[in-house]
Design a protein around this ligand. Structure first.
Ligand SMILES: [Zn+2]
Length: 85
């Protein structure tokens, strides 16, 4: 009767939307975290990288020049303590 119904409804709707919205964003956050975990960077095998210096398949920093893509990746991984695969 005397109540300003529309304002309450609008407030309720806005509250509900904000609840729904934060729920959705939480869901989105979880799914995007799952996606990024799934697509986590896997290092390419060093032998897949081109060798331009003639060092060939030797996985040793000394065997490749610094201008060689395989040699550069080798140095990067040695410096970062990553496995040389
Ligand atoms: Zn090389």
């Amino acid at each position: 009767m005397g109540k300003p119904k529309t304002k309450n409804e609008a407030e309720l709707i806005s509250e509900a939307m904000s609840v729904l919205g934060s729920r959705t964003s939480e869901k989105k956050r979880k799914s995007s975290a799952a996606n990024s975990a799934r697509s986590r960077f896997k290092p390419r095998p060093l032998l897949e990288l081109a060798c331009s210096c003639g060092g060939g398949g030797v996985l040793a920093v000394e065997a490749h020049k610094t201008t060689c893509p395989r040699g550069r990746a080798l140095r990067r991984r040695v410096a970062a303590g990553q496995p040389l695969e």
